[in-house]
Design a protein around this ligand. Structure first.
Ligand code: NAP
Length: 465
């Protein structure tokens, strides 16, 4: 296959990836988007295999084994992973992209002829730059993602670990890295290459370790962006157009998503990129026990109140995902609509544990899209609502974000549920949410707590209705 044809096919694959991203931006078109992405990836792999066929039988076996093992493991993991564990899975996958960037750069360093990046015994300067930068981003992504995985998966405390002088150490390490990359370009030294890897591995860990609790979602999307840039770096080293396009798409879409999430959580984008933002105050984990009295109700009470309401706004959160209550919830919504109640769903941008988590679950339960509203579109409607039905959400409704400057979630826009006439709160106990802070709404006069597993409580409400 000529270079022109393979370049053309790579561009077609790139267009398919862009169509995939476009499709994934809305639940109605997301399946189609996924399909475009799969076709694009298949085309890119085939073009690479036909355009640059593996040299010999042994190499073919290695490639096919890689495809079989990687593809097989990916398929099994994707089938088995519960939706609530998706963020840590994404973090784990990012770590592999980072590691791949390190291996490819090392491969290019030790076998430059295969990559066509050496002439008269000297590397092309541009290739040295790409390798140095690519390997640094790859190694930072690797350790950063491993730590994000460990924190999100509960294998490491989610609490921010404050290292003394961390900003100074990070700045020194980053400056050292720039120096090492310059030295690497000048000397072509393998030892300096590995020093770059080492310094980047340490920097990746140091950036993520101090980040805790409420700030993790932005970290995952930021690492997503890093992994994209690492892949684009490999693309330059390999001279592979498809990788450059894909890596840049992932890098820029991850950066845009990080920006949007920062905006949603009122965090500064620059401080996120530098790492360790917000960690000074964030406290992850739950389990605070509160002794003040709260008003407690039963499923019958909730059914009665909602049946007699005119407007009900449902606020789903992480607990709904854990309990898999979305189908029962949709049935409840349908039943209330039959009773003449106006039912709407309010989605906070960081509700749940991954971007779009609630949208995906509600779409899975066939909740009509025109009943689902984003924070800024529905927040003004709570004062007119008779009931705010909060199911397994906590942090995203916590007014401390507006009033308590010392709170780790201070500044994050929240859903103003407390402004509804009655707030029904479904959760299992008095445990706090992801950010580990208490929610004053539990103790308000217009709040009724419905303790229990979200699905069981909604099923009982359904029976009462
Ligand atoms: P949340 O603040 O974590 O609160 C979830 C609540 O659900 C908990 O208080 C828990 O209380 C309850 N719960 C758990 N299992 C339940 C079950 N089976 N039945 C009923 N209730 C259950 O959730 P959120 O309001 O959705 O806020 C999301 C938080 O996660 C934010 O702090 C956000 O920053 C963070 N985060 C978001 C993302 C993202 O991308 N969306 C990623 C990572 C982290 P009990 O224990 O008392 O039941």
């Amino acid at each position: 296959m000529s270079e022109n044809v393979s370049s053309l096919l790579y561009i077609v694959a790139g267009v398919l990836f862009i169509m995939a991203l476009r499709g994934l931006s809305h639940p109605t078109t997301s399946r189609q988007g996924n399909l475009y992405g799969m076709i694009g990836m298949g085309l890119a792999i085939l073009t690479t295999l036909v355009g640059h066929p593996p040299a010999g039988f042994g190499a073919w076996i290695l490639v096919l084994l890689g495809l079989g093992i990687g593809g097989g493991a990916g398929a099994v993991i994707a089938k088995r992973v519960p939706m609530t564990a998706m963020p840590q899975l994404v973090a784990a996958f990012h770590s592999l992209v980072g590691l791949a960037a390190v291996f490819v750069a090392a491969g290019a360093l030790y076998a430059p002829q295969a990559f066509g990046i050496i002439e008269n015994g000297h590397f092309h300067k541009q290739s040295l730059f790409e390798m140095g930068l690519g390997v640094a981003i790859g190694a930072i992504t690797f350790t950063g993602s491993v730590i994000a995985f460990a924190k999100l998966d509960g294998r490491m405390s989610g609490k921010p670990i404050m290292l003394p002088q961390r900003h100074l150490i990070n700045a020194l390490l980053a400056a050292g890295l720039v120096l090492l990359i310059a030295l690497f370009i000048g000397t072509e030294s393998k030892a300096i290459f590995w020093l770059i890897v080492l310094a980047s591995l340490v920097l990746g860990g140091l950036i993520i370790i101090p980040i805790g609790g409420a700030d993790m979602p932005v970290v995952v999307s930021m690492l997503n962006s890093y992994s994209g840039w690492a892949a684009a770096g490999i693309g330059f080293t390999l001279g592979n157009l498809a990788l450059i396009i894909t890596g840049s798409l992932v890098g820029s879409s991850g950066a845009i998503l990080s920006y949007i999430m920062c905006h949603a959580m009122n965090r500064s984008f620059i401080s996120v990129i530098l790492g360790g933002f917000g960690g000074d105050t964030a406290v992850a984990g739950s389990g605070q026990v509160e002794t003040r009295p709260v008003k407690q109700g039963s499923a019958d009470d909730a059914a009665y109140i909602m049946k007699n309401a005119e407007r009900v706004i449902i606020v789903p959160g992480y607990g709904m995902a854990v309990a898999q209550a979305q189908h029962s919830l949709r049935e409840m919504g349908d039943m209330l609509k039959k009773e003449g109640v106006d039912v709407k769903y309010a989605i906070h941008p960081v509700a749940g544990r991954m971007p779009g988590h609630m949208n995906v679950l509600l779409a899975e339960a066939n909740v009509p899209y025109d009943e689902v509203f984003e924070l800024e579109d529905i927040n003004g409607e709570f004062p007119q609502a008779d009931v705010a039905f909060v199911i397994g959400a906590n942090d995203v409704t916590n007014p401390a974000a507006k009033t308590d400057k010392t709170s780790p979630i201070y500044g994050m826009p929240i859903l103003d549920v407390e402004r509804a006439k009655t707030v029904l709160f479904i959760k299992r106990g008095m445990g706090s949410g992801y950010a580990g802070v208490e929610n004053e709404v539990f103790f308000r006069d217009n709040t009724m707590m419905l303790f229990g597993d979200a699905k069981k409580v909604v099923d009982t409400i359904l029976k009462s209705l």
